[in-house]
Design a protein around this ligand. Structure first.
Ligand code: URP
Ligand code: ZN
Ligand code: ZN
Length: 473
C-alpha cells in the first residue's frame, strides 16, 4: 500500500520546495513534481506545509521521581507528542543506586513495551559509578544506546563527583559516545535549599533562589572543561540562562565539540511565575529565570549558539488528590501538591512534549524570530543528527522513514488543558494563542493524527538502535 502526499510545500532544515512525496513500506520512496502512482492513496496537501515529524531529544515518561511518577506513560506521552507534531523522542533510562546499567535499561524498555505508539530511543543516566558499571558501558552500544547522561546536581540522588564524571567521559570518548550533562552545581543547590528550608522559606519562588544562574553557569563551564580533558562530545541539556549559553559559546569558539539545548519553558516563563498562586506548576530544575534570559535564549536559537530544543517533558498533576479523566478513564497520581507547599519536596518537572513545536512555530517562526527551516533544524533535524538517528529520522529525503507532519499554517487554536492530550490537569501555556498547527501526522507512513482523531496504536512504536560517532553540529 503506498501513499502519495500531493501539492504540499516541503520544509526541511535546508530548503523549502514544492513537491509530492511517495511513501512505500513506511519510507519515503520518491520526491518529485506531479507524481502519479497507480493505486496510491492520495493525501492532498494543497496550501499546507509538510515538515519532518519532530524529534524530542529529552523526555521523561513514567519517571519515578520525588515519591511519585511523571504522569505521561509511553502511550499517553506518545499520543500527546503526535498531536503536537512530534513523531520520535529520546527518553532516559536512569540507573538507580546499586543497579547495573543493563538492569536500568531493561526496566525502562519494559515500561515502553506494548505501549509505544511512536518510535523511541533512550539515553542511559549513570548515577552510581562502580568499577563494574564502568566496565559495562561498552556493551550498551550493542543495545543501540550511544549517549550517557551525567548529573552535576541532585546531590545524594543522581549527582556524581567530578572524578567519576571524568572517568565516564574518558570511556565514552573511546567508544564514540555522546555525553549529556545536567549542569548545575549540586553543592550550591544543596546548601541553599537547606538554608531556605531551615528558615521556613518554602514557597515555590525559593526553588529558583536555591538554584541560582551562577550555579548553572559554573557547572556548564566545568562540564565543558572536563569534556575537553576527556576529548568527548558534550551536549548540555536544558540551558536556562545567558551565562550558560556563553559558556557553550566559549567552548565552541575554542573548537570544542560542545552543543546546547534549551526547552520551551525557559523561553516563556520567569521566576515571577513561581510567585503565582499556582507557582508549583513551574517548579523544574534548573528553574525558570528572567525575561532577559528568555530573550537571550530566543536569540541563541536563532543565531546558532544553541543547536536544539528538547522539552524535558516530566509532567505531574497540579492537584493529584483529584482524579483526572483521561481518554475516558480515571487517572490518579500524587502531583505537585505532594510537596505539601515545600519547594524542596515538590516534584520537579513540567510538560512540553505536545507543546514544543506548537509554541515554537507560533512564537518563533510566526513572531519572526527565526525561519521555518531553522524551526525544523532545532526541533527535528539537529536532534536526529546529534543523537545518531539521521537521516532515518528528522528529515524529508528518499530513504528516510515517512515520519511527517502536514501543517495548516492558517489553523488557529488556544492552548488549554481542556483540549490538550498530555495526561496532566493543567497546561502552563493555558490561554495562549496558536497560529499554525499540525493537521495530519504520520509515523513510518501510518496516519496517527488526523485533525482531532487519533489512530495511533499501542505497541506499534519501535525501539531505535543508534550508531556511535554521530556528527557534532
Ligand atoms: O525538573 C526537571 N527538569 N525534572 C526532570 C529531571 C531533570 O532534571 O531533567
Ligand atoms: Zn535535568
Ligand atoms: Zn530532564
Amino acid at each position: 500500500m503506498s501513499t502519495l502526499i500531493k501539492n504540499g510545500a516541503i520544509i526541511t532544515a535546508a530548503d523549502t520546495f514544492q513537491a509530492d512525496i511517495l511513501i512505500e513500506q513506511g519510507q519515503i520512496a520518491l520526491l518529485g513534481q506531479s507524481l502519479e502512482v497507480d493505486g496510491a492513496e492520495i493525501v492532498d496537501a494543497s496550501g499546507k506545509l509538510v515538515m519532518p515529524g519532530g524529534v524530542d531529544p529529552h523526555t521523561h515518561l513514567e519517571l519515578p521521581f520525588f515519591r511519585t511518577v511523571s504522569s505521561d506513560d509511553f502511550y499517553t506521552g506518545h499520543r500527546a507528542a503526535a498531536f503536537g507534531g512530534t513523531t520520535c523522542h529520546i527518553d532516559f533510562a536512569n540507573q538507580r543506586k546499586g543497579e547495573s546499567l543493563h538492569e536500568a535499561l531493561a526496566k525502562w524498555r519494559q515500561l515502553a513495551e506494548g505501549k509505544a505508539a511512536l518510535d523511541y530511543a533512550t539515553h542511559v543516566s549513570i548515577t552510581d559509578l562502580r568499577p563494574s558499571v564502568l566496565d559495562e558501558i561498552p556493551s550498551l552500544l550493542d543495545e543501540g544506546v550511544t549517549s550517557l547522561k551525567l548529573f552535576l546536581s541532585y546531590k545524594d540522588m543522581y549527582m556524581l563527583p567530578d572524578g567519576d564524571i571524568l572517568k565516564v567521559m574518558a570511556v565514552a570518548a573511546e567508544l564514540g559516545m555522546m555525553v549529556l550533562v545536567h549542569a548545575e552545581n549540586g553543592d550550591v543547590v544543596d546548601m541553599l535549599t537547606r538554608q531556605f528550608v531551615a528558615a521556613g522559606k518554602l514557597s515555590p519562588e525559593y526553588h529558583a533562589l536555591s538554584h541560582p544562574a551562577w550555579s548553572e553557569t559554573e557547572a556548564t563551564l566545568r562540564a565543558i572543561a572536563l569534556s575537553s580533558v576527556a576529548d568527548v562530545p558534550l551536549y548540555v541539556v536544558h540551558i536556562t540562562c545567558a551565562g550558560a549559553v556563553d559558556q557553550v559559546s566559549y567552548g565552541r569558539a575554542r573548537g570544542l565539540p560542545v552543543m546546547g539545548e534549551t526547552c520551551p519553558q525557559y523561553l516563556f516563563f520567569t521566576a515571577d511565575d513561581l510567585r503565582r498562586p499556582d507557582g508549583a506548576k513551574f517548579i523544574c530544575s534548573p528553574p525558570v529565570r528572567t525575561k532577559a534570559d528568555n530573550a537571550y535564549l530566543w536569540e541563541a536559537l536563532a543565531d546558532g549558539r544553541i543547536q536544539a530544543v528538547g522539552t524535558d517533558h516530566c509532567p505531574f498533576l497540579f492537584d493529584g488528590t483529584k482524579p483526572l479523566m483521561y481518554d475516558g478513564e480515571e487517572y490518579r497520581s500524587p502531583g505537585k501538591e505532594s510537596g505539601g507547599g515545600d519547594f524542596s519536596k515538590t516534584p520537579n518537572g513540567m510538560h512540553g512534549i505536545e507543546d514544543r513545536m506548537l509554541m515554537l512555530w507560533t512564537y518563533g517562526v510566526g513572531a519572526g524570530r527565526f525561519s521555518a527551516n531553522r524551526f525544523v533544524a532545532l526541533t527535528a533535524t539537529n536532534p536526529a543528527k546529534i543523537f545518531g538517528l539521521y537521516p532515518r529520522k528528522g528529515t524529508i529525503a528518499v530513504g528516510s522513514d515517512a515520519d511527517l507532519a502536514i501543517w495548516n499554517p492558517e489553523a488557529r487554536k488556544t492552548v488549554s488543558a481542556a483540549t490538550h492530550h498530555t495526561r496532566a490537569d493543567h497546561n502552563v501555556y493555558e490561554g495562549m494563542a496558536l497560529v499554525g498547527l499540525p493537521e495530519k501526522v504520520f509515523v513510518r507512513g501510518e496516519l496517527l493524527v488526523d485533525g482531532e482523531n487519533w489512530y495511533g496504536r499501542r505497541g506499534n512504536g519501535r525501539f531505535l538502535h543508534r550508531q556511535p560517532n554521530a556528527p557534532v553540529l
